[in-house]
Design a protein around this ligand. Structure first.
Ligand SMILES: C[S@@+](CC[C@H](N)C(=O)[O-])C[C@H]1O[C@@H](n2cnc3c(N)ncnc32)[C@H](O)[C@@H]1O
Length: 411
């Protein structure tokens, strides 16, 4: 089989990433120029909104139109490669609905994260979320195949990635397994990087990363697809500490993926303990940083926009604790009904209001510490969230307090 020549497309991609300020070092530029993304993306899905507004996925493969396929492969875009844990573009006929469960992440994110890893020659890396294997191949190019270990939870996805890596010349360690456990067998690693989002950094990764080593992963305390933060943490004495360095959005780790609630949502919100006017509109959650704070304030809560009796309702459900908040428009104001052992909207309002009073600092002002017992988040020295696991056993509730007048916040 003759292979298409993608040399120019790879250089164009490298130029694009460099001009965008993402690609910064010669080593990563060489990796982008040398690794053929098409080996990892023979089959993928193009998406477009269907008649009901929900996305529909159409398979793309080289057999349909090789030039078009190759041009798409080198777009700076995320391409979905698996839907609903098993549907792949080589066997499916589209357009079809589905929920993306594996993909090749957009090169700007992959390369930006690789740059942020601050690797040096000879370092070892543990990657969680092999996906197509493209990001793994870039790591192998930069550090050598023996220094890369990549864990993929889906055995079929792992097999395909391993085949593609072998065909590209990288006999690296691809492991089919749950990356939340890391991979103790080859630990410790200089760097740990995740290309799926997590509610918390697994403590196993802290154990498996060398002192002074870096963990880079996307934190999404409630598994929302936005309002998430890329955490860069340095490991020290059994803890990991650092900050959120930017926004990244990834599909959640499989064990943490949420099945969206459906059915009679009003029945879930039938018994309210309190009702009041809100201080904030739920529209505030459309912005990234308030959404991040809301996830911290109400970890595990699902956010659902619905229509009931021709009225918009914004629901937040914490199914584990059987708590809810239901917000409905009341003229140009909003009312909230809340029920269950935690007042979800009270907690979110408190967090977002404190942030507004502090001058609305960017997500990069957030610092994070991970210990065996807790994830703690701060801004400017003030703790904004602590999820000590002991609280679930009747211990202290998380604290959420900022002082009201803040000096300018620095990242
Ligand atoms: C965004 S894709 C990875 C993109 C990949 N790095 C690439 O460049 O093609 C996320 C991947 O994480 C995998 N994943 C989800 N949960 C996981 C877990 N607990 N352990 C390992 N992999 C996981 C998914 O199956 C999916 O293939």
């Amino acid at each position: 089989m003759t292979r298409p020549d993608s040399t120019n497309l790879r250089q164009d991609l490298a130029n694009l990433l460099q001009q965008g300020g993402v690609l910064k070092t010669a080593e990563w530029r060489r990796a982008v120029e040398d690794v053929p993304r098409e080996r990892f993306l023979r089959f993928f899905f193009k998406d477009a909104p269907g008649p009901d507004g929900h996305l529909r996925y159409t398979p793309v493969c080289p057999d349909t139109n090789e030039d078009e396929w190759l041009a798409l492969v080198y777009r700076n875009e995320t391409w979905v490669t698996q839907l609903d844990d098993h549907v792949t573009a080589d066997t499916a006929e589209g357009p079809l609905p589905g929920f993306p469960t594996s993909s090749s992440t957009m090169p700007a994110t992959v390369v930006g994260m690789n740059e942020a890893l601050d690797v040096e020659d000879g370092m070892t890396v543990l990657e969680i979320g092999t996906g197509t294997g493209y990001s793994t191949a870039l790591l192998c190019h930069r550090l050598g195949e023996d220094n890369v270990t990549s864990v993929e939870v889906d055995p079929e996805v792992a097999r395909r990635a391993d085949d593609a890596l072998e065909a590209t010349g990288y006999s690296t360690w691809t492991v089919a397994g749950d990356g939340l456990l890391g991979h103790p067998r080859r630990a410790p690693y200089d760097r740990t990087i995740a290309t799926c989002a997590l509610r918390r950094i697994p403590y196993a990764w802290v154990r498996q990363t060398k002192p002074g080593g870096i963990i880079l992963a996307t934190l999404s305390p409630s598994s929302w697809s936005y309002g998430t933060g890329l955490a860069k943490l340095t490991v020290k004495d059994g803890t990991a500490e650092g900050r959120i360095i930017g926004r990244t959005s990834f599909m959640p780790a499989r064990a943490e993926a949420v099945v969206p609630l459906s059915g009679d949502l009003a029945a879930r919100a039938a018994y309210a303990d309190t009702e009041r006017k809100t201080r904030l509109s739920p529209d505030v959650l459309n912005d990234w940083m308030p959404a991040f704070l809301a996830q911290l304030a109400a970890p595990g809560a699902q956010l659902i926009h619905a229509v009931s009796d021709s009225r918009e309702v914004v629901y937040l459900f914490d199914t584990e604790r059987e708590a809810f908040a239901a917000l409905t428009a009341d003229g140009d104001q909003w009312r909230v009904r809340q029920g269950g052992p935690v007042a979800i909207w009270d907690a979110i309002e408190e967090a977002v209001t404190a942030w507004q009073k502090a001058g609305e600092p960017d997500i990069t002002a957030v610092r994070v510490a991970v210990t065996r017992n807790a994830h703690t988040y701060w801004i400017d020295g003030k703790q904004i969230s602590n999820d000590r696991r002991s609280k679930w056993l009747g211990g202290k509730e998380p604290t959420l307090h900022w002082e009201h007048s803040h000096p300018p916040l620095t990242a």
